[in-house]
Write a protein that binds this ligand. Structure first.
Ligand code: PLP
Length: 216
């Protein structure tokens, strides 16, 4: 199937209230444009330089999502234009985003990355850490960022029950913060399950653009 058919196929299966972020990392501009011409406007990237280049080269009404692990020293490159930063996992990173947003006279929307998987990963806050961060007085002083919700990745497993439990734990935790309404979870392999469990934003790469080849 073509990229536009893939997008139609996916959007036909998801409710209007769910945002499809097309994850275009490693893919050339020509393929992103194909998606753009099919009506896609939300794109996700996880390398800063690649995001900066694509933003420069592609239509200006694209909403660029940063979905990777963001290093503090690179925030300045994406701060002028990034639409939503998904993977925020520390207060110090939030502070740097706030500082760079202020320099650009804007408020940058962020999601806190939560750690829900039953496997070792370096990234993400556990529920206790996220609660502490959200309750901290310092957070309220950051006027140039706005925390809009949560992002998470399930375990890399075929066990659907396991994935379903992980998504459900995120949804349950998020109910403590009804004003944080964006829940970014679900990828090519599990977005249907994710929506069933309350996701409002899915990040889909290979089901739109095909498998990634990291060697080219
Ligand atoms: C690559 C990536 C995706 C998309 O993965 P697919 O399985 O290709 O859909 C989603 N989220 C994050 C954080 C990613 O890095």
């Amino acid at each position: 199937m073509s990229i536009s058919e893939n997008i139609k196929h996916i959007t036909a299966q998801i409710p209007d209230s769910v945002t499809l972020v097309a994850v275009s990392k490693t893919k050339p501009n020509s393929l992103l444009l194909e998606a753009y011409e099919a009506g896609q406007r939300d794109f996700g990237e996880n390398y800063v330089q690649e995001l900066v280049d694509k933003h420069e080269q592609l239509p200006k009404d694209i909403r660029w999502h940063f979905i990777g692990h963001l290093q503090s020293n690179k925030v300045k490159y994406i701060a002028p234009f990034v639409y939503l930063i998904h993977g925020v996992d520390s207060f110090s990173l939030l502070k740097e985003i706030n500082k760079q947003a202020q320099k650009n006279n804007r408020v940058i929307d962020c999601l806190l990355q939560l750690y829900i998987a039953q496997e070792d990963t370096k990234f993400g806050l556990d529920f206790t850490e996220a609660t502490e961060l959200l309750n901290s007085a310092e957070l309220k002083e950051l006027k140039s960022i706005s925390v809009k919700g949560f992002m998470a990745m399930a375990s890399n497993t075929d066990n659907q029950t396991q994935i379903q439990k992980e998504f459900a734990s995120l949804k349950k935790f998020s109910q403590n913060y009804p004003e944080l309404h964006i829940l970014s979870f679900g990828m090519s392999g599990d977005y249907q399950l994710a929506i069933q469990e309350g996701s409002t934003m899915i990040r889909v790469g290979s089901s739109i653009f095909g498998e990634r080849n990291y060697n080219n």
